[in-house]
Design a protein around this ligand. Structure first.
Ligand SMILES: NC(=O)c1ccc[n+]([C@@H]2O[C@H](COP(=O)([O-])OP(=O)(O)OC[C@H]3O[C@@H](n4cnc5c(N)ncnc54)[C@H](O)[C@@H]3O)[C@@H](O)[C@H]2O)c1
Ligand SMILES: O=C(O)C[C@H](O)C(=O)O
Length: 353
């Protein structure tokens, strides 16, 4: 191909004749016009990619060398976000998909699907107050995943995670595609916060701190195991109570500070990428990838529970038990299980009814 042909080809993609008013023509998917195909790396879709989490998440995933193809799907503004991010000089090819008619194409062939689609909290709301809107969104997206990429790993960010993960599981069960190793609720932000707050209290570098956070992702279901912090730390009871309360209410702290403009987006995008990167390294076959996530579980009597999991080529290779708990943590566990059971049942019923 000579220089004129090359320029003509690129111009055709920048000014495609079939671009409709919303930018939703097939041209949008051809933003990745330099894709050669077959390049090493994983194919990742973000559903809700134009949102407060979706945009920084898309940017950070475009920077991840393990990603070869990045599909950005949203019901609004996907073309703008896709055009913007596609100019970053990193190797992942970016393609945008706008609205339900393009959902299946967005999902076909994906290795990992990350879902931050849905409404966020405003001050005074609980995560469960989002159920009425977000449950339906997650159900629809999960139905499309079951149809188009049933073997993909699915990372669910949309709240209430304690219910949206069971919703996705029920949809996959109905479709006959449920693989408990592949479905994960993203609770990494709780771990990120716990590491940060413990580091503050103990004057440590947060990058060296590892706090297991188990249970679920809402209020008392968020259970930091401060007795198992690495490096080992000795906290006073006052410090334990302060840290537990701050970790459990970290989301609300951000919701209130944003005063009606949404919930955590930037720290969440950071946490989501940290978790997605761990999933991709597991898929690649790296050893000893251990993170906390909300998964199908036999660790307690509940069918889903967040705990440490080992990520591998098939997704969750092993779900770890909780380890020794102190009395304060045992009490916290009972409270967490009580609330979590109801949230899981609510999600299951939503799909079964
Ligand atoms: N798991 C966590 O730790 C965690 C942390 C922060 C936020 N969240 C949750 O993530 C969700 C998104 O938060 P946000 O701040 O990005 O919200 P946002 O409103 O800024 O963005 C949501 C995006 O989802 C899109 N969307 C809506 N319906 C859709 C559908 N059917 N298909 C595809 N996209 C759709 C919207 O167009 C929007 O772009 C909320 O439910 C929030 O509570 C979870
Ligand atoms: O708090 C929220 O509503 C968002 C998210 O779950 C968080 O923990 O920041």
């Amino acid at each position: 191909m000579d220089a004129n042909q090359r320029i003509a080809r690129i111009s055709a993609h920048l000014n495609p004749p079939n671009l409709d008013k919303n930018g939703s023509g097939s041209d949008l998917r051809r933003v990745g016009c330099r894709a050669k195909g077959g390049s090493p790396g994983f194919k990742v879709a973000i559903l809700g990619a134009a949102g407060g989490i979706g945009q920084p998440l898309a940017m950070l995933m475009k920077m991840n060398p393990l990603v070869s193809l990045l599909h950005l799907y949203d019901v609004a503004n996907a073309p703008g976000v896709t055009a913007d991010i596609s100019h970053m000089d990193t190797s992942a090819i970016v393609r945008g998909f706008l609205g339900q008619p393009q959902l299946e194409e967005a999902l076909t062939g994906m290795d990992l699907v990350i879902i931050p689609a849905g409404v966020p909290r405003k001050p005074g709301m609980t995560r469960d107050d989002l159920f009425n809107i977000n449950a339906g969104i997650v159900r629809t997206l999960s139905e499309a995943i079951a149809k188009c990429c049933p073997k993909a790993i699915v990372n669910i960010i949309s709240n209430p995670v304690n219910s949206t993960v069971p919703i996705a599981a029920e949809v996959f069960k109905k479709a006959g595609t449920f693989d408990p190793k592949k479905l994960m609720g993203v609770t990494m932000l709780d771990v990120v916060r716990a590491n940060t707050f413990v580091a503050e209290v103990m004057s440590l570098d947060p990058r060296e701190v590892d706090v297991p956070v188990v249970g679920g992702h809402a209020g008392v279901t968020i259970l930091p195991l401060l007795s198992q912090v690495k490096p080992p730390c000795s906290f006073t009871q006052k410090e334990i109570e302060y840290l537990t309360d701050r970790i459990q209410n970290g989301g609300t702290e951000v919701v209130e500070a944003k005063a009606g403009a949404g919930s955590a987006t930037l720290s969440m995008a950071y946490a989501a990428v940290k978790f997605a990167d761990a999933c991709l390294r597991g898929l690649r076959g790296d050893a000893n990838i251990v993170e906390c996530a909300f998964v199908a579980s036999h660790v307690t009597e509940l069918p889903f529970f967040a705990s440490k999991v080992r990520l591998g080529r098939c997704g969750v290779d092993e779900v770890y038990g909780l380890g020794p708990l102190n009395e304060y943590e045992r009490m916290g566990l009972e409270k967490a299980k009580k609330e979590l059971g109801g949230s899981i049942a609510k999600g299951v019923t939503f799909v079964k009814k």
